[in-house]
Design a protein around this ligand. Structure first.
Ligand code: ES4
Ligand code: ZN
Length: 324
């Protein structure tokens, strides 16, 4: 089964590129940019990745990305992950990135976009790999700031596929970003949002009704409401579920208690992703292997999950045909 999973051409729909920053690269970039890290060495950083909830993770995630300063840093970050993913059998990634987290630190949007787009272009040319771009907005920051950043990104609208909504979910309902998502739709961008990770199932309905999203990132808490489950099934909404992330952030106690099998039994459109592989114990292969071990799924289940991801990926029609 592990060999099957390694060679299975996998598609990842939910990946924060800043969450792919491995401690080794963090140290290399800190040295290159003359930045002092709060860790003495790589092992100390890894030992600090021990979270009780989403906010504890986010604190280290925002701290870690402080080493990203130049276009070359963003290029190296993305290329490092693309190569690692490709070696694990990943053939497509829809990549979230968090411009506000960089703008806030004085890193211009052009630096972020320049580095990430160069890595995307190079990977697509040289390694049978494609990359979708999801400009994500931080839900724990003001809605008017998000709108301003979206307008500032006008030169890049044609180069991105979608907008997303991430960061601390509790007390930051989708409702807060209705205007932002309306504007994105006007511009012609697709829309996705994190909902039902730590937040209640009502946030999933809000994201569908008010933000008009075509995918829900996480969504595991939908099972708390049979109405929400029914809605997701009726509209065939894709859920980008991140099993190891949910264990690391204590959304579930143990992978064997994870609601993934129940989501499948409910007939929902489930996919598997890694979320923040550098922080949550591994990438796409580790997530697939962990599910095989915890749930005893057959090859057919993994084939179905992969088809679900291919059908929902931000790719051209030609590329989708190649992947199927
Ligand atoms: C995230 Cl796991 C998770 N949830 C919400 N926002 C995020 N940003 C990066 N990882
Ligand atoms: Zn996420």
């Amino acid at each position: 089964m592990h060999d099957f999973l390694r060679q299975l051409p996998k598609v990842e729909l939910h990946l924060h590129i800043e969450g792919s920053l491995e401690p080794e690269l963090m140290f290399a970039l800190a040295q290159r940019n003359g930045i002092e890290l709060p860790y003495a060495n790589v092992q100390e950083a890894k030992d600090a990745y021990d979270f009780n909830n989403l906010q504890e993770f986010l604190n280290l995630y925002y701290q870690g990305m402080n080493v990203l300063r130049t276009e070359a840093d963003f290029y190296d970050l993305a290329m490092d992950y693309f190569h690692r993913a490709r070696r694990e059998g990943v053939v497509h990634i829809d990549m979230h990135f968090d411009p506000q987290a960089h703008l806030q630190r004085g890193v211009p949007l052009e630096v972020v976009m320049g580095g990430l787009l160069k890595a995307k272009q190079e990977a697509e040319q040289s390694m049978d790999f494609s990359v979708g771009m999801i400009m994500a907005f931080l839900r724990d920051r003001p809605a008017d700031e998000a709108l301003h950043v979206l307008e500032q990104a006008a030169p890049y609208w044609k180069l991105i596929d979608a907008i997303g909504l991430d960061s601390a979910e509790r007390d930051h309902p989708p409702e807060k970003f209705t205007s932002l998502f309306q504007r994105a739709k006007e511009i012609g961008l697709a829309r996705v949002a994190h909902a039902g990770e730590e937040g209640p199932s009502a946030y999933i309905t809000q994201a569908l009704d008010l933000l008009d999203v075509e995918r829900i990132d996480h969504g595991v808490r939908c099972l708390e409401s049979s109405d929400v489950v029914e809605r997701l099934r009726r509209d065939n909404v894709v859920l980008t579920v991140c099993p190891l992330s949910n264990v690391c952030l204590k959304v579930v106690d143990d992978l064997r208690d994870h609601p993934l099998p129940e989501l499948l039994d409910e007939g929902l459109n489930v996919t598997i992703s890694s979320d923040d592989p550098a922080y949550f114990g591994g990438g796409m292969l580790a997530n697939h292997v962990a599910c095989a071990d915890a749930f005893g799924w057959s090859e057919e289940v993994f084939d179905q999950l992969t088809r679900n991801a291919i059908e929902a990926a931000f790719v051209s029609t030609d590329r989708r045909t190649d992947l199927l």
